[in-house]
Design a protein around this ligand. Structure first.
Ligand SMILES: NC(=O)c1ccc[n+]([C@@H]2O[C@H](COP(=O)([O-])OP(=O)(O)OC[C@H]3O[C@@H](n4cnc5c(N)ncnc54)[C@H](OP(=O)(O)O)[C@@H]3O)[C@@H](O)[C@H]2O)c1
Length: 238
């Protein structure tokens, strides 16, 4: 059966979760608008429309999204996914680093969705928004003060929008994965998942949960999907 989504905007499309979902959707003939800093250089495809936008600069988001909406009035779904790691004791981070991290991990999700809501509300079919949260948005953790703050706040954003947007036929989901291997997320952190695969969430399961949300039938909404991990060992980098 064909998927219910036809044109989706994905943030953070150049690597990790965003890239993997984008490739899967393109294979199914779905059009993808890709947003991140390296959207144009990542790959090309006839159904892929890339926009290079630095989402850590909130002041520019409204203007950039006006251009996207002008060209793509038929967007019917959003995967709000872009995000970066930040772990350490609170006082270790400069205020500028904290602001930049909150901008990308929280504010950009709010502004991207805000900019696209009028377009989604105009569609004749049911539309979808999926936000990538994290297990760190459900439970505070060691040296996670900033990252957890943003991911906790996303839960509140989604729960509120689920109430506000139901009458506009917009289904909103948040997916909270624990630690995943095979993304660039841990490139600049002092730890990563331990080598044994039982210590990380499988990327296929994250992708499948996104597909489930995108394909929810009739009145079904996968409101919150939490993907925990069996074992919790980490590998510390030297
Ligand atoms: N990996 C995990 O263990 C894990 C677990 C739970 C939740 N998550 C969440 O999953 C989401 C995706 O992360 P990932 O694991 O797939 O990591 P990733 O491979 O590092 O992907 C992050 C994506 O976000 C984009 N991005 C980063 N900073 C940006 C900025 N300033 N402006 C625009 N785009 C930006 C990157 O693109 P550019 O560099 O091209 O801008 C990239 O496409 C994040 O929200 C993360 O918090 C990850």
């Amino acid at each position: 059966m064909p998927m219910m989504v036809k044109k989706i905007l994905i943030t953070g499309v150049s690597s990790g979760i965003g890239y993997a979902v984008c490739q899967k959707l393109l294979k199914k003939g779905i059009q993808v608008i890709g947003v991140c800093r390296r959207a144009t250089s990542s790959f090309s495809h006839k159904n892929y429309y890339p926009y290079n936008i630095d989402l850590s600069q909130p002041i520019k988001i409204d203007e950039k999204f006006k251009t996207i909406i002008k060209t793509h009035r038929d967007i019917d779904s959003i995967l709000s996914n872009a995000g970066v790691a930040m772990f350490g004791n609170l006082e270790q981070h400069s205020s500028d680093q904290i602001i930049e991290n909150i901008n990308i991990n929280l504010l950009s999700h709010i502004l991207v969705i805000k900019n696209l809501l009028p377009t989604l509300k105009q569609q004749k079919t049911t539309t979808k928004i999926i936000v990538i949260g994290s297990y760190a948005g459900l439970q505070g953790g060691r040296q996670g003060g900033i990252y957890c703050s943003a991911k906790f706040a996303l839960q509140g954003l989604v729960e509120s929008l689920q109430i506000d947007c139901a009458s506009s036929n917009i289904k909103i989901s948040i997916i909270n994965p624990a630690i995943i291997k095979g993304t660039n997320f841990y490139d600049d952190t002092y730890f990563e998942p331990a080598d044994d695969i039982l210590n990380s969430v499988d990327m296929d399961d994250v992708i499948n949960s996104i597909m489930l949300c995108l394909d929810a039938k009739n009145g079904s909404v996968f409101a919150k999907i939490n993907i925990s991990v069996l074992k919790k060992s980490l590998k510390f980098k030297k």
